[in-house]
Ligand binder design. Structure first.
Ligand code: NAD
Length: 454
């Protein structure tokens, strides 16, 4: 029997879950039960779905302290950010709880003759959700809430390192949603692929390599699919930016939650002389508290695994180390100090891949156009930030940076769940998620033509 095991990254001997993997047949059986349940759920009326999502928000909110502590313990997210994630999860549920009352189509005149044309959106059936470990509640819920609001049943395959969080979420939603409308299937790649094979619509978030395999399998069987994948996000700092403020913002975007966010800043490009920014960044990264994620002052907690920590430590080689690049003294868990490098040779790992940890590369460009070209020179295109008081430069960046999201004087990290979220190039595939965009993804549109019989 395969076991799904999750550890506390701050104290690896502390094991949170040791649960049997669901197995392929188990996943397919869960999908069948979900499909049967989805029919009644879809036909049960808007008021029922809205009430259920409101009740789900209540349950999550009431369990907020316990959930935040679980997130800290299972994935090492600093407690302040963990509390923020719970608050966001509650807000997402409340936002989508309103949606069942929204229009599900539109009415039109026929092009010729008397009659009526209308469109109507209907749920797909079973939404198969495959999620990463780094937002163990917010990501499952920002997929599940719109899927449920539009009348789908959900089968969620969480990432193994976040299994306890997903199972606790399922317990909290038990009784709020009808049986089999929300099911968690613990497991890894085998269970993920089984879900892609069985579900009627697939939403994936995770690494680019796995996302591509998921997209390929879903597309081959004609299943609608969206995938949100990695990032190598750049921050462009113009000479007019306030150096201290910008450095503090960037340090948190590089090393907050040990840089384990798809939106973390991985590359910093100074336009003009990088010297003042370099010094300010080194100080700001030093000033961040690295340590126990249960401490409210901690910004940079542990990494999710020893392998992830080792990847950060290895990634500095070839460049000039400005700060970090070591395991902080006196900490047992899988920690790496906030790390900054510069003078990277062409084709260095940090320019070609997402290194999922508290590490960033600093470079410089002689002018904004070169900086924009440099920012766009990587495979990914999730989010970028530009730091300047120059409106013209900000607008040029918003137009020309090849990323799905552009932030001006704000860090690359942080998401507004009521707007479409997603990237360009290798970062995303398919329609956007979150906001109203998600409601389209979880439904199919039918166009009905009715002409007068006479
Ligand atoms: P991962 O790709 O290893 O795993 C993601 C999910 O896919 C997990 O549930 C995993 O069990 C499952 N899986 C693994 N192999 C599979 C297969 N062959 N078929 C089907 N499913 C499979 O990612 P991770 O380590 O959990 O998360 C970190 C990654 O997620 C980073 O690359 C990060 O950038 C990305 N991420 C992206 C976003 C975004 O919105 N763009 C948000 C958060 C995280």
């Amino acid at each position: 029997m395969t076991l799904v095991v999750s550890h506390n990254p701050a104290r690896p001997a502390d094991i949170l879950t040791e649960t049997p993997a669901t197995g392929r047949q188990g996943v397919l059986a869960a999908v069948e039960r979900a499909r049967a349940a989805s029919r009644l759920w879809a036909q049960g009326g808007a008021a029922r779905r809205a009430a259920a999502l409101h009740a789900a928000a209540e349950r999550v909110e009431q369990a907020g302290d316990e959930l935040a502590a679980l997130v800290v313990r299972e994935v090492g997210k600093p407690i302040t950010e963990a509390r923020g994630e719970i608050a966001r999860a509650v807000a997402i549920l409340r936002y989508y709880a309103q949606q069942p009352y929204d229009p599900v189509g539109s009415v039109h005149e026929p092009a010729a003759g008397a009659g009526l044309l209308f469109t109507r959106r209907a749920p797909h059936g079973v939404a198969g959700l495959i999620t990463p470990w780094n937002f163990p509640l917010a990501i499952p819920l920002w997929k599940a809430a719109p899927a449920l609001a539009t009348g789908n049943a959900v089968v969620l395959k969480p990432a193994p390192p976040a299994t306890a969080c997903a199972l606790r979420l399922a317990e909290l939603l038990d009784g709020v949603l009808p049986e089999s409308v929300f099911t968690v299937v613990p497991g890894g790649a085998e269970e993920g692929m089984a879900l892609v094979d069985g579900a009627d619509v697939v939403s994936f978030t995770g690494s680019t390599a796995v996302g591509r395999a998921v997209v390929q399998a879903a597309t081959a069987s004609g299943t609608p699919v969206q995938a949100e994948m990695g990032g190598q996000n750049a921050a462009l700092v113009l000479p007019d930016a306030d150096v201290e403020t910008t450095a503090a913002q960037l340090a948190a975007a590089v090393a907050g939650f040990a840089g384990q966010k798809c939106t973390a800043t991985k590359r910093i490009i100074a336009v003009g002389d990088p010297g003042p920014l370099r010094d300010a960044l080194i100080s700001a990264l030093h000033a961040l508290r690295t340590g126990d994620p249960a401490d409210p002052d901690t910004v940079c907690g542990p990494l999710i695994s020893a392998a992830a920590r080792d990847a950060v430590l290895a990634a500095v080689s070839g460049g000039r180390l400005l700060t970090g690049g070591v395991r902080p003294a006196g900490l047992d868990g899988w920690y790496a100090a906030p790390t900054l490098v510069d003078r990277l040779p062409e084709g260095h790992l940090l320019a070609t891949e997402e290194v999922f940890g508290p590490i960033a590369a600093l470079s410089s460009a002689p002018d904004l156009d070169t900086a924009i070209a440099c920012a766009g020179s990587v495979a990914h295109g999730l989010v970028s930030s530009v730091h300047t008081a120059d409106l013209d430069a900000a607008l040029r960046c918003a137009d020309r940076l090849a990323t799905g999201m552009v932030k001006v004087n704000a860090p690359t990290t942080g998401v507004d769940f009521h707007l479409p979220f997603g990237g360009e190039k290798a970062s995303s595939h398919g329609p956007r998620e979150q906001g109203k965009a998600a409601l389209d993804f979880y439904t199919r549109t039918r166009t009905v033509t009715m002409l007068s019989a006479a």
